[in-house]
Design a protein around this ligand. Structure first.
Ligand code: AMP
Length: 487
């Protein structure tokens, strides 16, 4: 049993699905997974069907290395689903690669999200004599669906029957030999969208994949909705009442800037983060420098709002991955040094506003400030385009335990000193929400506020609240203004 409090088997993943008239669904899915590589780099897999069999291929590594032409050719048929996986420590085992296909090979299933509590699911499966020893949360979801299919339910009805057992977050795709199904939990914490392609449809974690393959966006799968895509087109089933709580961290860091979520361009929202940051923290400086790549739009926003020149003065080595989840602080620090290099001429004797999208453990900023000081920067002002991350994520993004989140144990002024910065400003909670143009009630903001919309089960015992209650919007905003360090 792998899923219990303290285990870090959380996954930030990508799913993609295709239903069409041609034999090319797997190839389409392959291109979709390329566009979604940023959501998972541990392993990749595709399942397909031609109406006769379910075929599959998966392996560890990037999409570029997992599939060869002969693999794609073997993935026959007009239906396919795919998955990119990114797990934390301890989760590197072939049996967790997705899509899941149970022994009976009746269907395939792929999941983005996380079930923080699997109690109900475990109890159900144990009662039905299903072995769960080698199953993580996604594997157990597949096992429950499989149980209901064996009882004679169609794929969509088997998923509907299983919904009450799924306590947590899922934006998922499934297929049998005739149809593609896409479904989301009641909160829609992870994104999932539908597009038209040729005579069929594709579904994807993010809309950036639609542009890659030339598909036309139709709409998002609604929270609590299940859609069936087959030869008759799309049928919608509202399985449970939806209560939209998209994870705002998708806008902050996770999603690709060329994606749209809830009708908003991720790039534009990030630029707005930077603009509002510049209004909240005006600083006298010479240049605005992003920590590439994720903070580039926010740095552009800061530069445009402040009138200070934007300078790409840090170069990212694109061939280094996984620095965030390395097991020791030393390894993570060395990886940051390998990943980022300063352009000395652009930085020497300059007062620099350094922008990053978030501070989690503080590793990146600590290293980058040291690097900038080392090349003769005269002042370093850190501007972060999100509020302090004080709580872990239990819904499918990879964050460390709360004790390792620097903002959960230090004030802003303490963090500034630790990072050796001249000043430090975090975007306010209100500023972050305002930048999206969407009402705060539509978001899961758990990593900033400790307010978890879906139950987190036993994991709630591992959470420490500031002032004995969810640190919530007000207290985090107060903490910020009290500690604002400006020049
Ligand atoms: P840290 O170095 O631990 O403070 O993490 C912050 C840096 O990691 C920032 O540069 C972010 O862009 C990046 N980051 C934030 N969240 C994640 C995540 N879940 N996975 C990988 N990188 C992340």
């Amino acid at each position: 049993m792998l899923v219990n409090p303290g285990d870090e088997l959380q996954e930030k993943c990508a799913v993609f699905g295709a239903f069409g008239s041609s034999n090319e669904a797997a190839r389409l899915t392959y291109y979709g997974l390329w566009a979604l590589q940023h959501r998972g780099q541990e392993s990749s897999g595709i399942a397909s069907s031609d109406g006769q069999e379910i075929y599959d291929h998966n392996d560890f590594g990037l999409v570029a290395t997992v599939y060869h032409e002969e693999d794609i050719k073997k993935l026959k048929g007009n239906i396919a689903i795919g998955h990119n996986r990114y797990s934390t420590s301890g989760g590197r085992d072939e049996c967790y690669n997705q899509p899941y296909i149970r022994k009976s090979r009746l269907f395939a299933f792929a999941h983005n999200g996380n079930l923080p509590s699997t109690e109900k699911l475990e109890k159900f499966l144990i009662e039905k004599n299903v072995a769960i020893e080698d199953l993580n949360d996604s594997g157990m979801m597949a096992a429950a669906i499989s149980h209901h299919i064996k009882q004679g339910y169609t794929l969509e009805n088997a998923i509907k029957k299983s919904y009450p057992l799924f306590e947590g977050i899922f934006s998922a795709v499934a297929m049998d030999k005739n149809k593609l199904v896409a479904f989301r939990d009641e909160f829609g914490v992870r994104p999932l969208s539908i597009a038209k392609f040729d005579k069929g449809y594709v579904v994807s974690s993010e809309t950036c994949a639609f542009e890659t393959i030339g598909a036309e966006f139709v709409r998002e799968v609604n929270p609590g909705e299940l859609v069936v895509i087959d030869k008759n087109g799309i049928t919608s089933h509202q399985v449970v009442k939806g209560n939209q709580k998209l994870d705002i961290f998708e806008f902050v860091y996770f999603a690709r800037p060329d994606s749209k979520i809830m009708g908003r361009s991720v790039n534009k929202v990030r630029e707005n983060f930077g603009k509002i940051l510049a209004m909240e923290y005006p600083v006298h400086a010479d240049i605005v420098v992003p920590v590439p790549d994720s903070s580039v739009p926010a740095a552009l926003g800061y530069s445009r709002q402040s009138g200070l020149p934007f300078e790409m003065a840090l170069v990212k080595n694109r061939y280094i991955n996984r620095t965030f989840i390395r097991p020791t602080a030393e390894l993570r620090a060395r990886d940051v040094a390998l990943k980022l290099n300063p352009i000395i001429q652009a930085l020497q004797n300059k007062r620099v506003i350094l922008i990053d999208d978030s501070i989690v453990r503080g590793t990146t900023m600590k290293q980058v400030v040291k690097m900038l000081r080392g090349v003769g920067v005269s002042e370093v002002h850190l501007m972060i385009s999100s509020p302090p991350v004080m709580f872990p994520d239990f819904y499918g993004i990879n964050t460390p335990n709360q004790k390792d989140l620097i903002a959960s144990r230090m004030s802003v002024e303490e963090i500034r000193k630790y990072l050796d910065a001249d000043s430090l400003g975090f975007l306010s909670f209100e500023g972050m929400v305002k930048a999206t143009g969407i009402d705060a009630d539509n978001f899961c903001t758990s990593c900033f506020t400790g307010e978890y919309p879906a139950p987190i089960g036993k994991r709630s015992k591992t959470i420490r609240y500031i002032n004995g209650r969810p640190s919530a919007r007000k207290s985090s905003a107060k903490k910020l203004s009290e500690n604002k360090v400006l020049v």
